[in-house]
Write a new protein. Sequence first.
Length: 503
Amino acid sequence: MNRIIVIGGGIGGLTTAALLAKAGLDVTVLEAHIYPGGCAGTFFHQGYRFDAGATLAAGFDANGGMTRLGELLGIAWPVEPAETAMAVHLPDGAVVTRWTDPERWQAERRAAFGDAGETFWRWQERTADLLWRAALDGIPWPPQGLADLQRLAATGLDIAGRDPWRLPGIALDAVRPAAARLVGLSAQLRRYVDGQLLISAQVTADRANALYAAAALDMPRRGVVHVRGGIGKLAEALVTAVRRHGGEVLFRQRATRVCVRDGQPMVVETNKDAGFEADAVIFNLPPWDATALIDAGRTAEAAITSRTSPLPADAWGAFVVYAGVDEGIIAAGAPLHHQVLVREPLGEGNSVFLSLSLPGDVLRAPTGCRALTISTHTRLGSWWTLFASDRPAYEARKAEYTDRTLTAAEIALPGLRGALKLLLPGTPVTFQRFTHRSRGWVGGFPQTSLFQARGPRFGPHLWLVGDSIFPGQSVLATALGGMRVARAILATAGRRVAVVAPA
Ligand SMILES: Cc1cc2nc3c(=O)[nH]c(=O)nc-3n(C[C@H](O)[C@H](O)[C@H](O)COP(=O)(O)OP(=O)(O)OC[C@H]3O[C@@H](n4cnc5c(N)ncnc54)[C@H](O)[C@@H]3O)c2cc1C
């Protein structure tokens, strides 16, 4: 089991590829686009480098997942620590700064949500500390074999050994929403938590699983950094690592078919009429896109097609505005990331996340200007209906969403409209075109239930990686998922190689 083909050069695919190449396997990554990173890529347009989706990077603290990955692969990430993760602008005009320093954050949240809110934050931080500690050693959730069960049992025993009184609460939180922890607390706190969970768990507190929410809300405490040159530099560093360890990364190679036949190596075909033999294939794709590629003939793998659920009708996509901005409107030392909550229900321009390039980052913008990415959650359906049946109405909706998004963004950046140098809107149609994810579905599954989480095993010698598998979305989570897949493949190949450095 030596030849590995990874379809997709997103963070999940590249992490797995680099670790497997380092372990000595023959690894080739096929990437459809001309640059790596997918939803965490950075693209060039008219003098600017815009982050396509992800903008905020975490996991770079002393013992963080990205730090460990860098150590394993010999990567010196081009990052610098951030003082603030973001400023959150609430509907009543209040601004809550999410400081990365724990004491400043505690003082900030006490001022914003009162002492009563501390019960919630204490629960969140203590729970997150337990979960993140386990996550760094790899939480094999959902378990997909005896080895996973053994590791999970060891994690449970570890938690029980350190904090036995917390086990009943953890068991309850495993099956209830985060809202259960907010009962009786202020509407302002609930609104803040809802906004944060929408971007980190794809769902608000009434539906987000409490354990997942505790860990997701902790991102700003987990080594937030700024990436010079754009977040795509992380994927570029992973490409270099794959190559340095003897693997290949091929761009403009879109996989079009994975041919699976009993007793024979698989063959991955691409749009360039190339065919790559493989003993194992890793799909850095949503499950339905992976399924669509598999041609299993009459083999047992044909059953995969019927097992894969379709893309949910109410799935989220993103509407994004990329803008070049005169930096005269940006106060010196102001946070680079802002979340603006205008009104509920959140999403559809009622809430936006905006991120500016670092001051003086000449790789990203001409002198005196900044690259800005503004995004909002949007349901996919209407965009595709209009795109298919009424192009003028699709364009009109795009213009309306651009306007709404800019109006929300102006709350954080007054004078934004007057400072625009360049404006480039992107819809789910755009995301499909550039990430090849069907219908532009991005952000992963809403984290409503731990028992609906998906593991990486997709079929015999077929694996999934990326934000469709646990622990879900984000650069850090997809990297952690990538480490799990690498470890699992090496275990099936009978190799024991350190994929996650010991704590
Ligand atoms: C608007 C937005 C904002 C976000 N903000 C943040 C944030 O601030 N912080 C954060 O950590 N995360 C954020 N995320 C989430 C994060 O970007 C994703 O969870 C993560 O990047 C997904 O990685 P992935 O491994 O699933 O791969 P993807 O990013 O999905 O990449 C898959 C790759 O596969 C390629 N591909 C697809 N089909 C084929 C094929 N047939 N053949 C070859 N190649 C193919 C694509 O071109 C792509 O490069 C955001 C996402 C979005 C959309």
